[in-house]
Structures are given as structure tokens and as C-alpha cells.
Design a protein around this ligand. Structure first.
Ligand SMILES: *Cc1c(COP(=O)(O)O)cnc(C)c1O
Length: 454
């Protein structure tokens, strides 16, 4: 499979190059040259397929000729030690994407990317050092994804005092091949420091450097897996039992599925639109998806674009669903490389949800169903309600992609509905001790620390 840059169709590379470089030299994002289809045999078996097999069938064509089926299978079983249970809640399904080690959907992409990197760099004698700047959430998923992965060292930079205690433990509590730097500055400072270090010629002579940001294609493709699995199960009327991390007060409360054999609408709480783009790939591959809902908070650049036809990037505004506070979603460039405005309008319904509506939804669903939603998933829940009220959606099987466990955002959820049950993964992270070095927001300081470590 070839990948081309969204800014130049002739700028083509293989999967390894697209994954290991991240961004194309012209600043574009890599996209697959063609989106493969599932075979009819796979399509008809998808609903009852085990998650790792769905992953193998989904990812295989994207790495063909570079990673053998056997190696890919090893990567997948090591990365996906958890699944995405499909859970009926009231009149819809939730696809719980938070059963991984950091309790958010980014675990799927980060864990696959880490193992793919390690495999693609086999035989290299120098370790690869990955630099990541984080405002809180991505750092934890990337740190955890790369933890103990051979041949790779990770340095996470985060703004000192500006991440939650849990996030700090997820970033700075692992040790081994993961080191953490608390930067005396903002997230933007952290990002600027990473950019400067990546360009430093002395440092680059001494070590192989890379970044692992969310636009990496090797983080995106594995996310298509849970779309196909979710849609096929929902279409067939199947569902899963509540899992250990399912945030419901009465876990045996449900017994039947909301609807079946109807076209499936998947509602995706969106920020940078990496998650939704992966869904578009799953749909093109043949998964039984009718439409997507792009549910955003007040940072509604894409819903506005779908309405007006005009794309206006803007400065992001702070909300209680802060992992979606994005005013200029980078994956929009990928979406428009594959689809025209007309096609996007047919496939994607945009909707924006306010903080007040988000809070009201968390309370209402807890009261009516004993189910705890995190603020991002609540944006998705409310988005579907609003589109139904506008009669833009009628007869459908619908599913909300729940992107984070509510305990991860307990600062917001607990004042509304009381104590949230904490999953084992987060309890384990809370017991870690923080080991971070503090540095000033100054590139020389960063380069010095990195030089000592090499
Ligand atoms: C990252 C994130 C999102 C947004 O996903 P995108 O792929 O950036 O659209 C939504 N919810 C949570 C909890 C996240 O961490």
C-alpha cells in the first residue's frame, strides 16, 4: 500500500515511512492511496468475529508487503489486550472505548503505533527517542503505549502544575523507558520545545528522534477496527455483557438490544477528527455504517463547515470536554482528501453541544439509567438527541462512541452525580509515584537533559 501527502499526490511512501516520519516533508498528512474493501466472507463474519481477528482483517491490507500476517498478529495481540464492548443503554448502544490502560480511546492507536514502530525499526542498533508534548491526555496514552516496548525511549513534556494529579501519574509514574519533564510554562511552550529539539542538528547526530503525535497514520488505521466491530455487532442486534470498567450502577440491568437490522448511525465526540476519520475508513471498507454524527462542543468548526460550506479555523475555547477543544482540527485535511463537501454532507451530520447541555445530560442519564457518562461521551449522547429532535435522524440503530471513562474526568462528573466507580486501570495508575525532572521553558535546558540521557 502506498500513502500520499494530502498536499501532493506524487509524494508517495510506504507504510513504514509514513508511520516513522509522521508528517510528509511538504507539511501534509499521509493518506492511503486506496481504501481496501473487506471480502464478502469477512463482512458476513464480522459481527461474531473476535476483536483481534477483526483487527487483523482490517489492518492487513494497509501494511501488506511490509508486515507479515504472522507479525501483524503478534503486534495486534500485544496491543489489544482489551476490546470495545457494545453496551445497550436505554434507547441506544454505547461503544465503550475506555477499557484500555489509560481509560480513553487513544489507547487503541497509541498501543498499536508503539508496537508497529518497534517492529519497523527492528535491526536498528540505535534506540529511537520519541518526544511528545502534552496538555494532559495524549501524553498518558503515548507513555503507556510505548512502556516496555523494545528499542524505543520516550520523553513526555507537560506543563508543570497544569495537568490533573491522575494525568501526571499516567505520564510520570511509569519509569523504565519513559521519562517525564515538567516544563515551567504552558502546553504551547512544551510544543515549541519539542519542535526546536527535533530540528537540533547536534542532537540528531547523536540519536534517532521522532514525534508520535495524533496525525500519525499508524495511530489512525487501528482505530478503524472498533468501528467495524461496533457497527457489525449493532447491525446484527448483538451486544456484550458489562465489563469491569462499564460505569453502570446495576450491571445486570440490561437484557435486550435497542434495535437491530437497521442502518447504523455512529455518533463520534470529536476534536481533532482523527477518530471520525478512522470511522470513514471503516465505512469505505464496507462496515454496515449508514452515517456518522460529528458531535463537538462549542468548538464547532466542522459542524459549521457542513452547514455553510465554508471552512473557518479559529482559536479554541476552553470547555469541560477539553480533549475536544480544537478550533483547527488537523484531520480535516485528511477528510477532504477523501471526500468532497457534498459527500461529507451525505455521510456526516454535524452538531454542537454546550457545557450546560453536557452537564444536564450527565445528570439525566445517571438518573434514568444509572449510567455514568464522561463529558466527551455526554456531548455525543446529547448530539444524537438534538438531531432526533430536529428530525434529522429517524429510524435507525444508533450508537454513541464513549471516548473516555467518567472516572478520568471525576473533577467534572462527581459534583454532578456523586462518586464514580473507578476501573482497575486507573486505580493502578493512582498508586504510582511521580518521577519528573523540572525544566524551564527553554530549548537549551531540554537539549541539555536529552544529551545527558543519550
Ligand atoms: C482525544 C479525545 C477526543 C477527540 O478525538 P479526536 O480524534 O481528536 O476527534 C474525544 N474524547 C476524548 C476523551 C479524547 O481523549
Amino acid at each position: 500500500m502506498h500513502y500520499y501527502s494530502t498536499r501532493n499526490k506524487n509524494e508517495k511512501v510506504n507504510f513504514a515511512a509514513a508511520a516513522l516520519t509522521g508528517l510528509a516533508p511538504d507539511g501534509g498528512l499521509y493518506v492511503p492511496e486506496e481504501i481496501p474493501g473487506y471480502t464478502p466472507a469477512v463482512l458476513s463474519a464480522l459481527a461474531s468475529m473476535d476483536f483481534c481477528n477483526t483487527a487483523l482483517e482490517t489492518i492487513k491490507p494497509y501494511v501488506k508487503g511490509e508486515i507479515s500476517d504472522n507479525e501483524l498478529s503478534n503486534i495486534i495481540t500485544s496491543a489489544f489486550t482489551f476490546t470495545a464492548p457494545l453496551i445497550p443503554v436505554m434507547d441506544r448502544y454505547t461503544s465503550e472505548l475506555f477499557h484500555g490502560p489509560t481509560a480513553a480511546f487513544k489507547d487503541f492507536g497509541a498501543r498499536f503505533m508503539a508496537r508497529a514502530f518497534s517492529y519497523l525499526r527492528r535491526g536498528e542498533d540505535r534506540p529511537l527517542r520519541i518526544l511528545v508534548a502534552t496538555s494532559g491526555d495524549t501524553g498518558g496514552a503515548v507513555a503507556d503505549g510505548f512502556y516496555n516496548v523494545p528499542g524505543i525511549l520516550v520523553t513526555v513534556l507537560y506543563p508543570k502544575g497544569r495537568v490533573t494529579p491522575l494525568q501526571e501519574k499516567q505520564i510520570a509514574g511509569l519509569g523504565k523507558n519513559i521519562s517525564a519533564l515538567a516544563v515551567e510554562g504552558s502546553f504551547d511552550d512544551c510544543q515549541a520545545l519539542v519542535k526546536t529539539a527535533l530540528k537540533d542538528s547536534e542532537l540528531n547526530k547523536r540519536t534517532a528522534l521522532s514525534s508520535a503525535n495524533s496525525i500519525n497514520i499508524s495511530r489512525l488505521i487501528p482505530q478503524a477496527v472498533y468501528y467495524s466491530s461496533t457497527a457489525a455487532k449493532a447491525y446484527a442486534g448483538f451486544f456484550d455483557p458489562d465489563g469491569e470498567a462499564t460505569p453502570r450502577t446495576n450491571k445486570s440491568a440490561h437484557s435486550n438490544s435497542p434495535a437491530s437490522q437497521k442502518p447504523v448511525i455512529l455518533c463520534v465526540p470529536s476534536g481533532n477528527f482523527g477518530n471520525l476519520t478512522a470511522g470513514l475508513y471503516a465505512m469505505k471498507m464496507g462496515a454496515p455504517i449508514k452515517q456518522f454524527i460529528a458531535a463537538t462542543n462549542i468548538n464547532k468548526t466542522v459542524p459549521d463547515y457542513l452547514n455553510s460550506g465554508e471552512y473557518l479555523a479559529r482559536i479554541s475555547q476552553a470547555t469541560i470536554s477539553n480533549a475536544m477543544d480544537v478550533g483547527a482540527p488537523s484531520n480535516f485535511e485528511r477528510m477532504s482528501a477523501h471526500f468532497s463537501l457534498e459527500e461529507m454532507r451525505r455521510i456526516i451530520l454535524g452538531i454542537a453541544v454546550s457545557d450546560e447541555e453536557t452537564r444536564e445530560t450527565i445528570v439525566r442519564i445517571y438518573e434514568q439509567a444509572g449510567y455514568y457518562l464522561d463529558p466527551h461521551s455526554a456531548v455525543g449522547w446529547k448530539g444524537l438527541d438534538k438531531l432526533r429532535a430536529e428530525n434529522k435522524i429517524t429510524d435507525e440503530t444508533s450508537c454513541i462512541l464513549c471516548t473516555a471513562h467518567p472516572a478520568k474526568f471525576s473533577e467534572i462528573v462527581e459534583p454532578l452525580v456523586g462518586a464514580v466507580p473507578v476501573p482497575a486501570s486507573l486505580k493502578c495508575a493512582m498508586e504510582r509515584t511521580i518521577e519528573a525532572k523540572t525544566i524551564p521553558a527553554d530549548a537549551t535546558a531540554l537539549i541539555e537533559v536529552l544529551s545527558e540521557n543519550i
